[in-house]
Structure formats: C-alpha cells, structure tokens
Design a protein around this ligand. Structure first.
Ligand code: FAD
Ligand code: NAD
Length: 474
C-alpha cells in the first residue's frame, strides 16, 4: 500500500497540536493530525482545563450561595445530583471537542484517530483504533503529545480509591473524606471542587507553602480561605505509605505539619506534577533530544535537533499551560512556512482557578528577589475597592512589579475573584512595555475590579485616590 503523505503531520491533538494544525492549514499547508481520541482536544479539553473549570464554576456558585447568608439571603444546603453534574460537565466537553472535529473537517485537515510512532525523520507509523497500521510520510512533523500525571509508586497501595487528576475529574462519587497529595494547581483546584460538593478535604504539601514558586502575598489570600474550607493543610509534610483497608486508604505522614501520624481517608488524590509524554514515540529513530528532566529540547522556533521535527506544548517543558502550548503551536506552524518568527513571550500568564483566583504574569516579586533585581512593588488592596466590597471579596490584592528607573511594568500579580480575566490587561501591559503612567492614565470603568490595576499604578506614584501613600515624581 502506498504511504499516505502530507506536508505537515501533527502528533497530538491538544491545545498545542490543534492550534498548530489549524494555523498550518490556514496558511495553505496540507495537514494530517493524529490523536488517540475521536476528536481533537487533548488533556485540556478531555481531562484538564475544561472539565475542571466546569466543576470549579459549580464550586463557586455553592460558595457564593453560602456567603449570601452574610448579606441577609439564606439558601438551604445544596442538593447535589452527581449524575446530572457529571452529565453536564461531559456535555460541555462533548460540545467543545465535537466543535474542534468540525473545524478540522472544514479546514480539510486529515484527522486520523490512532497512535503515532516515528519510523524515521520523514515518516510515522500510525496504529489506528481498529488495529491497522499505516505509514504517513511527512515533510515536517510537529510533536505535541503533552504530559501525563506523575505518580508516587513507592507508597505501597495500588487501589481504585487512589485517584489521579483524570480519575478525580471523572467524578465517580463524592467521598466523605479526601486526602489530596500535592498543594499545587491541581490539588487546590480539585480539592476545592470536592470540598464544595461536601467532602472533608485534607491537603498534604511537601514544601513550606501552597503553590510553591508563587508570590506569598498572593497565596496568603487563598490560604486564609482554604483554611476555612479544608479540614487540614499539612505543610512540610510527605506521605510515607498508603495502605488499603476496608474503610478506605490509611495514609502515614512524616513532617512538621502532620496533624496525626496516620489517618484513613475514603479516597486519595495524587497531584504531584506532570511528566512529558515521550515514551513509545520512536524518538530513538530520530535525532530528537531530551533534556535532563525528559523534556524535548527545542530552539526559539520550536525546532528539535531533527530539522524536520518541531515540538510544542507540555512536552517541551514549563510552564505546562494550554495557552503556552497553543502559542508555541502557532510559532511552529509559521516557522514551517518560512516565516521569521520565534517563541519569546515577555509574559505567559498563569491562573489558579480557585476561589479566590490567583493570577500573575511577567516578572514576579520572588523572581526579582532571586535575581537581585531592583524593583518597586505597588500594591492596591481590594479593601479600598468599591466593586470588591459589593462582591464580598475585599480580601484581594492587585500588585504591579515596576522598574523604578524606567517606570516600566515588568510583572503583575492579582489575588481575588476574577483575577484570571483581569490578568490579560497585565499581559498586554508587559508585552507592550507599558509604563506605570500608561496604566494610571487609562480610564478604567467604575465600579470594576479592573480599576485596581489603574489604582496600583497610582499607588506607585503615591497618588491613588483610595489609598494614601507619600507621593513620588512622575
Ligand atoms: P495535551 O493537551 O496533553 O495533548 C496531547 C495529546 O496527544 C493527547 O490528546 C494525547 O492523546 C495525544 N497523544 C499522546 N501520544 C500520542 C501518540 N503517540 N499518537 C497520537 N496522539 C498522542 N492549563 C491551562 O492553561 N489552564 C488550565 O486551567 C488548566 N487546567 C488543567 C487542569 C488539569 C486537571 C490538568 C491535568 C491540566 C490542566 N492544564 C491547564 C494544563 C493543560 O491541560 C496542558 O498544559 C495542555 O493540555 C498541554 O497541551 P499539549 O497540546 O501540550 O498536550
Ligand atoms: P504542581 O507542580 O502545580 O504541584 C505539585 C505539588 O505537589 C507541588 O506543590 C509539590 O511541591 C507537591 N509535591 C510533589 N511531591 C510531593 C509529595 N511526595 N508529597 C507532597 N507534596 C508533593 O503540579 P499539579 O498540581 O500536579 O499540576 C500539574 C501541572 O498542570 C501544573 O504545573 C500546571 O502546569 C498544569 N495545571 C494548570 C492549571 C491551571 O492553569 N489552572 C490547573 C491544573 C494543572
């Protein structure tokens, strides 16, 4: 049988892969997209960003209904129909992934459901769901196979009661108690979902704080709320053993923060990071090289050591975020057409979609400290924001990390409701090399939380209407 041939073969249909495939097709290239699922979407749509955000929305509604008591409105305890909730969440995923399949067809992209292995630097062998094998010859390939959950294999138990993020998002039921191992993005987002649905949630985190690496003043806003919602947050603690018993999983703890030396939980969620998906791809048949942590090495155009093969998304390293994958995908597609392009963002935003949300972009205060870089941090506390008070969210904070000499905005951090939406203005400011005066002089609508960005710039000049600070020259 003659091999199928294509100008661009994209392996993996996540936000990196499908963004690359769609732009390559829009730029006039003939594209084949291979993915194991029936439609594009990848981890983000099937078992990541989208299902988690659907569930977090429900958690937020439950939280606000509870908070409404403070405003004189009392709702009864929520009645949760887990089957209906799961069906709604799966419906959201189905609509989006089905829509992507449709967009593929409209762009005349050849979508192949199967697993691809590199035969060499110019051809893939694709094993389809039905077990057939097909050779796909390519001029260029874009590798976008993403990542999978890291596990803790040495802890002992192998049980259906121990969940990874995929199993946790499947929402099998609402356990009475849940131990979350890992106080990072997934642990806190999924822990928040289960706590809102009624589970008693405990988090164990091996470092000295939740969300390691994120500025502490932002994390503090979230930690205060999580202390009320979670049964326990055990910092500087690890789990040394997991053992299955009739009542659940017995976990043994070691470390400063352990509330008990051991305890039994109905379920355990392991959320200790993700690993690049590089196994079983036939990379040994190519010159694609990995770094010490197993990520694919790429140049600024996302070209690997093998000139015909590009790599994008989680497989190329941190930050493992969907929008970073998509942006890299678009760069790779453009590079293949010969366009002078490079992946060199000044600001990749990050958002933890808890309640409150934490968001940041550009230079963080902790990075500035590590780099011994002189910066001025201008903070606007939400207690001074009219909008925040009307929403019952006065504990938030917006801050700008500013170069004191040029007055350029280098980074932005926000903790509070809607931080994930607001950070986009920060990204634009950092990417456009905005000065603090640009933010200060741009009229922001009142009353909105977005005003906090303008007022943080005003704080920098000591001229915020709602915060008094000694003035500084413009
Ligand atoms: P992926 O989305 O991982 O897709 C890779 C695809 O490749 C998969 O479909 C897989 O089936 C396919 N594949 C693998 N091997 C092969 C093969 N040999 N042949 C064919 N196909 C193959 N990021 C955010 O930015 N915001 C969020 O809110 C967010 N929430 C998340 C929540 C959870 C619970 C998780 C787990 C992740 C979350 N992420 C979030 C991270 C985000 O999902 C990833 O950064 C993103 O999906 C990476 O995209 P990618 O294109 O690199 O690969
Ligand atoms: P993570 O790196 O965010 O957090 C893992 C946490 O586990 C860290 O705090 C780490 O110190 C801790 N840890 C590691 N080993 C441990 C151990 N043995 N015992 C106790 N704690 C331990 O990883 P994650 O939460 O699994 O998420 C993976 C990635 O997925 C994220 O880094 C992010 O890139 C992506 N993600 C993004 C979003 C979002 O954008 N909102 C949401 C979910 C996931």
């Amino acid at each position: 049988m003659a091999p199928r041939s294509t100008q661009v073969a994209v392996i993996g249909g996540g936000p990196g892969g499908y963004a690359a495939a769609f732009l390559a097709a829009d730029l006039g290239l003939q594209v084949t997209l291979v993915d194991a699922e029936p439609n594009p979407g990848g981890v983000c749509l099937y078992r990541g960003c989208i299902p988690s955000k659907a569930l977090l929305h429900v958690a937020k509604v439950i939280g606000e209904a509870r908070q409404a008591r403070e405003w004189g409105v009392t709702f009864g305890d929520p009645q949760i129909n887990v089957d209906a909730l799961r069906t709604w969440k799966e419906g959201v995923v189905g609509k989006l992934t089905g829509g992507l399949g449709d967009l593929c067809r409209r762009r005349k992209i050849d979508f192949v459901q199967g697993r691809a292995v590199f035969r060499d630097a110019n051809a893939l062998i694709v094993r389809t769901e039905s077990g057939t094998e097909e050779v796909v010859a390519f001029e260029h390939a874009i590798l976008a196979t993403g990542s999978f959950p890291a596990s803790l294999p040495n802890l002992g138990a192998d049980s259906p009661r121990i969940l990874d993020s995929t199993a946790g998002l499947a929402l099998p039921d609402i356990p009475e108690s849940l131990l979350v191992i890992g106080g990072g993005y997934i642990g806190l987002e999924l822990g928040s979902v289960y706590a809102a649905l009624g589970s008693r949630v405990s988090v164990v985190e091996m470092t000295s704080g939740l969300l390691p690496g994120v500025d502490r003043d932002l994390v503090r806003v979230l930690s205060r709320r999580l202390k009320e919602r979670f049964d326990a947050v055990m910092l500087e603690t690890t789990v040394t053993a997991l053992q299955e018993e009739s009542q659940g999983i017995r976990a043994r703890f070691e470390g400063h923060g352990a509330t008990e030396p051991e305890q039994v939980y109905e379920r355990v969620l392991v959320a200790v990071g993700r690993r690049p998906q590089t196994d079983g791809l036939g990379l040994e048949n190519t010159r694609v090289a990995l770094d010490a942590r197993g990520f694919v090495q790429v140049d600024p155009q996302r070209r690997t050591h093998e000139p015909t093969i590009y790599a994008i998304g989680d497989i190329t390293g941190e930050p493992m975020l969907a929008h970073k994958a998509a942006h890299e995908g678009r760069v790779a597609a453009e590079a293949i057409t010969g366009k002078k392009t490079a992946f060199e963002p000044q600001a990749i935003p990050a958002v933890v979609f808890t309640d409150p949300e934490i968001a940041w972009c550009g230079l963080t205060e902790s990075q500035a400290k590590q780099q011994q870089r002189d910066v001025t941090v201008a903070r606007f506390p939400w207690a001074a924001s009219g909008r925040a008070l009307t929403l019952g969210h006065s504990d938030g904070v917006t801050k700008l990390v500013i170069d004191p000499e040029t007055q350029r905005v280098l980074g932005v951090g926000i903790a509070g409701s809607g931080a994930g939406e607001m950070i986009a203005e920060g990204v634009l400011a950092v990417e456009m090399a905005a000065l603090a005066s640009d933010l200060s002089l741009s009229i922001h609508p009142h009353p909105t939380l977005s005003e906090s960005l303008m007022e943080a710039a005003d704080v920098f000049f000591g001229q915020s209407t709602h915060v008094y600070r000694p003035p500084r020259a413009r």
